[in-house]
Write a protein that binds this ligand. Structure first.
Ligand SMILES: Nc1ncnc2c1ncn2[C@@H]1O[C@H](COP(=O)(O)OP(=O)(O)OP(=O)(O)O)[C@@H](O)[C@H]1O
Length: 493
């Protein structure tokens, strides 16, 4: 049994592959895999034998997994088939080494002393962590399937559990699996928070409450656990809650680093590379592959807005002028033929998010694309990406927590083709980090614009769009009228 989880820690994401006696367990939002999804929910007790992880085994144990050579061969086939880059390949090979059977006492001893059964993968944004996890899952599935063929007699049942601290992160791995043609999984969690394409694979949890989800997970696993394993699972949950397993993972584990990002246009990734990664980040994507969606739309732009920040009773900030400009920008994009689902608006303040949502729902745009625009706080956007990101900075007197490095890094790295920052130039320029962001924008053609200068162009665009729509509406209603007329004439005949 195996499992993994990942934490969002500092500005990086870690994956832990943690192998233990029979069961791999971490908790939170979980997803269970098995040879047959129906067996997960079955109440039948399975005739199982203990899974002995190679790294923990001693020489007296009869190993049933593939040999090191065969396991590495399987990993190498997957590396080729899924075009894993060098860093991703290193990670998969490390996992393969961890999972292989070892044939003699010396090998086992070496593994026990040098390799703890944990792999930590540490990657920059858009480095293919979710993608790699999906491939790792395929690797485990194939490894177990091949091992079963070799095992004579009782087939050892296996399950794989994946969990994370966010729903989005779990769903991204599952979406990756679906795109790789694998769908034998069951998603556990609150239905409201599960991505639409994953819903058909969900086990109805019906509760927002984490404890409820944990109980459900316990229930799911109870069937297959021996008392000793139950103790282990309980301890793992406690450790996870207390965060003590993080300390364990910090002890001497060298993470595999994924340095290549595949998401952002190089001009967008350059900001984070400069601010947070000391130039170590590599672009796996070219400028041409992330060309602009519209001729008039800059890849990177800081829109300077003059309008004061306002504080709400709950100490959250909003900025009416910024919200109004952001709305105009969104409308102009949709008027130019961009699908709403391609646009994401990130703001660092809840109050601004509500203001924007209210404006969007109130605007008489008669267009479902408006509804498809995702407006979220930076925390809720973690793990997501959009072709166009509009970032509303809100603050005008002080920078506030918008210079939190982690938040800034997430906000600046969600856009694939366009990053449009809406903010107060004078205020943000004073901040060390934001000052550098603005420098990056200034270095691009049309990278720094004043709202008052670009608004006439947006207004013109919208005027033409609304006139065209009004014309179309008029034509449609005339057509409908003439249809009604001909129907009533027919009725009279
Ligand atoms: N080796 C690769 N070659 C080409 N594209 C890749 C490779 N690995 C991943 N990708 C692509 O890179 C994009 C980002 O991958 P993914 O979402 O897995 O990154 P991530 O590290 O989980 O991102 P984040 O943590 O920022 O949310 C995806 O479109 C994925 O298909």
């Amino acid at each position: 049994m195996n499992k993994f989880t990942y934490y969002f820690k500092n500005r990086f994401v870690y994956f832990f592959f943690f192998l233990s006696s029979f069961f791999f367990f971490f908790f939170f939002f979980c997803c269970l895999f098995t040879r047959s999804s129906s067996t997960i929910v079955s109440n039948k007790r399975v005739n199982k034998r203990k899974f002995i992880p190679p790294a923990f085994s001693n020489i007296n144990t009869k190993f049933e997994l593939l040999s090191l050579e065969a396991t590495l061969q399987l990993a190498s086939e997957l590396i080729q088939a899924h075009n894993l880059n060098k860093d991703q390949a290193t990670a998969l090979i490390q996992i393969a080494q961890m999972m292989a059977s070892h044939e003699n006492a010396e090998e086992v001893k070496k593994v026990q002393t040098h390799t703890l059964p944990i792999t930590i993968i540490h990657g920059v944004f858009g480095a293919g962590k979710s993608y790699l996890l999906a491939v790792v899952i395929l690797f485990f599935v194939q490894l177990f399937e091949k091992s079963e063929v070799l095992t004579v007699g009782n087939v050892r049942p296996w399950k794989l559990l994946i969990s994370s601290s966010t729903n989005v992160a779990v769903d991204r791995v599952l979406l990756g699996l679906l795109s790789l043609g694998f769908e034998k999984f069951v998603r556990v969690g609150s239905v409201r928070k599960i991505a639409k394409p994953i819903l058909p694979y969900s086990l109805h949890a019906g509760s927002e409450n984490e404890n409820e989800q944990l109980k459900e997970l316990h229930g799911l696993m109870k069937e297959d656990l021996t008392p000793l394993e139950r103790v282990y699972v309980r301890k793992s949950i406690e450790q996870h809650k207390l965060g003590t397993n993080k300390t364990l993972l910090k002890q001497g584990h060298k993470p595999v680093l994924l340095r290549t990002q595949y998401r952002c246009h190089p001009a967008i990734s350059a900001i984070s590379n400069d601010l947070f990664y000391e130039g170590n980040l590599v672009d796996g994507i070219s400028e041409t592959e992330r060309g602009p969606l519209l001729e008039w739309l800059p890849t990177l732009c800081f829109y300077n807005i003059k309008g004061p920040e306002q504080i709400e009773r709950d100490n959250s900030f909003h900025n009416v002028a910024e919200a109004a400009f952001t709305l105009k920008l969104i409308q102009s994009l949709i008027a130019s033929g961009i699908a709403g689902s391609m646009i994401g608006v990130i703001t660092l303040y809840k109050s601004q998010m509500y203001k924007l949502c209210h404006l969007l729902s109130a605007v008489d745009f008669d267009n479902p694309d408006i509804k498809a625009v995702q407006v979220s706080t930076v925390d809720a956007f973690q793990g997501a990406e959009k072709e166009i990101i509009i970032l509303s900075c809100v603050r005008t007197r002080q920078v506030g927590f918008i210079d939190s490095e982690k938040r800034m890094n997430v906000a600046l790295t969600r856009g694939r083709r366009h990053l449009l920052i809406v903010g107060n130039l004078a205020c943000l320029r004073k901040n060390r980090l934001w000052g550098r962001v603005i420098q990056h924008c200034e270095g691009r053609r049309d990278g720094l614009q004043h709202a008052s200068q670009c608004e006439p162009q947006l207004n013109h665009l919208l005027k033409e769009y609304f006139e065209k729509r009004a014309e179309e509406k008029q034509k449609k209603s005339e057509k409908d009228k003439s249809k009604d007329k001909s129907h009533s004439q027919k009725d009279m005949v």
